[in-house]
Write a protein that binds this ligand. Structure first.
Ligand SMILES: Cc1cc2nc3c(=O)[nH]c(=O)nc-3n(C[C@H](O)[C@H](O)[C@H](O)COP(=O)(O)OP(=O)(O)OC[C@H]3O[C@@H](n4cnc5c(N)ncnc54)[C@H](O)[C@@H]3O)c2cc1C
Length: 201
């Protein structure tokens, strides 16, 4: 990918401050396991939202070949560190994308959590045949979505950021500085892009 370079612009301090400080990134992680079959369906188990560290477990579907994927855990904020610690221990299981293989510590810990949340015995949970663990906590993304910091007026900034310098053809169309907590949803990114086009083109 060709990355945009901003060398032609000298951003005034107030714009730089807004870009760097008005919002902070929220980290997140997702942990997927694949199995030879959807073992949870035979036990009549449903999607779960929990206060355990995996936070939620969601049936991600069964393919035509019968193999099935479970989003075993999906959490944000401090829970991301929790799983990153576990990922840094033990050995990775073998998986189809070497960049995202979960560690055996992640697998065994997740199995204990699933046994607890589903109220089943550990023995009925099979070993995954594949898996992926993905963190949004480091470059290039740094985080999954954004949340506003105190002291910044989203009503003003979400408009001003669209064209932050009157005399320059610089436009920032992202959901990250959208008003309210809707900045965390794709609708806000689309709305901000629409606003740039409607107002300036
Ligand atoms: C795990 C996760 C789950 C989510 N779930 C949902 C959901 O269920 N529903 C929902 O509505 N939203 C969800 N979101 C949020 C949604 O993805 C974002 O709101 C949306 O993608 C924001 O769009 P954006 O255009 O502002 O930024 P992005 O989608 O991040 O797009 C920015 C783009 O700019 C590129 N880029 C960055 N720097 C440069 C550069 N220098 N040069 C060139 N290109 C560059 C990046 O590569 C990227 O492609 C989720 C996000 C995550 C991470």
């Amino acid at each position: 990918m060709t990355r945009l370079q901003y060398t032609g612009f000298v951003l005034p301090n107030n714009v730089t401050d807004v870009i760097n400080n008005a919002v902070e990134v929220v980290t997140a992680c997702k942990i997927f396991f694949a199995y030879n079959s959807p073992w949870w369906k035979t036990l009549n188990l449903r999607n779960v939202v929990t206060d355990l560290p995996n936070r939620q477990t969601i049936d991600f579907g069964t393919g035509a070949n019968g193999k099935a994927v479970l989003l075993a855990g999906y959490g944000d904020m401090d829970i991301t560190k929790y799983w990153h610690e576990l990922q840094n221990r033990g050995n990775n299981i073998s998986c189809s994308n070497a960049n995202f293989c979960p560690s055996d510590q992640v697998v065994s810990h997740m199995n204990k959590l699933m046994a607890e949340e589903f109220n089943i015995s550990l023995g009925v949970i099979p070993s995954p045949i594949d898996g992926a663990i993905i963190f949004w906590d480091a470059p290039p993304f740094h985080g999954a979505w954004e949340s506003w910091r105190a002291g910044y007026d989203w009503g003003v900034i979400s408009d001003a950021i669209l064209k932050p310098m009157a005399g320059e053809d610089l436009y920032i169309a992202t959901g990250a500085y959208g008003p309210l907590d809707s900045s965390q949803w794709i609708e806000m990114a689309l709305r901000q892009a629409d606003n740039v086009i409607d107002r300036y083109f």
